[in-house]
Design a protein around this ligand. Structure first.
Ligand code: COD
Ligand code: ATP
Length: 292
């Protein structure tokens, strides 16, 4: 212990997981250049979103992520009670998000994905390997939340019905395959190839976009938009990824096409945040929390 650590306030597991969730949302928002999405350069295909709003929204969600983690830590097992606690806290988080943003949906999908993953991490802080945490999150997502409003008219629900695809709910229930099978391996490959951290993260986002049925894209731009997103993302990766000159050219083409279609891959962005969260988790707890 030294003078600095001596005055550090006690950090709880919930604090740490909430810090991590908010950090990853800010990292996702700041990452540039993302096709169609809000980033440091501008608002992408959105007229109602900007970077400051994304940051304000991310910070406002800190208490919700902490509460979800604490609910899981206290409950200690995956059951109906925990599912419904997490659902209630998530809905309260959505209300707070809408209050802070003046009614704009900045992070609905992220509350869902990162909320489940925060709870799943808190359930067993000795087992933080990505696949294990994602599996616990999936088991939680599979339970029925009896208090959830039966709407069926969300944008996601509408396009899932129309196109017969699976959306945010099913992605979680399947254990986040886009994150575990696409994004994390791509992040590791691009880092190992010396792409640089920002390019590696962009490549991870593109890896998600190659396969995801992103309901944000489907709602705004239909199947043409989804094909454009998936095909364009494949072309960037096939050309060598974002660190290569040819890959960068393809990325610019993809962005031009997506802006023309008003298509914004918001679901892929949320899953990139989930990827960065699981990537940081697997490095383990900070020393202050090691004894938990
Ligand atoms: C399951 C959720 C995400 C609702 O999903 P649904 O598809 O109906 O809603 P919506 O169109 O608003 O979009 C959800 C979000 O998911 C993201 N998303 C889109 N496609 C995908 C995909 N294929 N995979 C993952 N995320 C995606 C988008 O960014 C979007 O913001 C969740 O918000 C929910 O259950 N809401 C009900 C209220 C509730 O109980 N909330 C608390 C949950 S903890
Ligand atoms: N950097 C980002 N830029 C834009 N969207 C993001 C970003 N990161 C995450 N998202 C996600 O994208 C979603 C926004 O998508 P979208 O604007 O399609 O939402 P909507 O309100 O349902 O639809 P619409 O604006 O078409 O009426 C947010 O819920 C958020 O989860």
């Amino acid at each position: 212990m030294n003078a600095l650590t001596a005055i550090q306030p006690q950090l709880s597991l919930g604090d740490w997981l909430a810090d991590l969730a908010v950090d990853t949302l800010i990292d996702e928002a700041d990452l540039s250049p993302k096709p169609g999405l809000v980033d440091r350069r501008g608002s992408g295909a959105h007229t109602d979103l900007h970077l400051g709003l994304m940051h304000a929204s991310a910070l406002a969600l800190w208490p919700s992520f902490k509460a979800m983690a604490e609910a899981a830590q206290q409950r200690g097992e995956i059951d109906q009670t925990l599912r419904e606690d997490v659902g209630r806290i998530g809905r309260e988080g959505e209300v707070e998000m809408l209050r802070v943003t003046g009614g704009v949906n900045t992070h609905r999908g992220a509350i869902w994905a990162l909320g489940l993953l925060s709870a799943a991490a808190a359930l067993d802080s000795r087992e933080l390997a990505p696949a294990q945490v994602a599996l616990r999150a999936a088991r939680l997502a599979l339970l029925d939340d009896r208090a959830a409003p039966v709407t069926g008219d969300s944008h996601g629900a509408q396009v899932c019905r129309l196109y017969g695809v699976h959306g945010a709910r099913e992605e979680a229930q399947l254990g986040f395959p886009a994150v575990i099978q696409q994004a994390l391996p791509q992040l590791a490959r691009s880092r190992a190839a010396g792409a640089g951290e920002q390019n590696a993260r962009l490549d991870a986002l593109l890896a998600i976009m190659t396969q995801l049925a992103d309901t944000c894209v489907l709602y705004r731009a239909g199947m043409a938009g989804l094909s454009c997103m998936q095909g364009g993302a494949r072309a960037v990766l096939a050309a060598g990824g974002c660190a290569s000159l040819d890959g960068r050219r393809r990325l610019r083409d993809l962005e031009r096409d997506m802006l023309r279609l008003r298509a914004s891959p918001g679901g892929a962005a949320d899953l990139l945040a989930a990827t960065l969260f699981l990537d940081r988790l697997q490095h383990g707890l900070p020393a202050q929390l090691g004894s938990l």
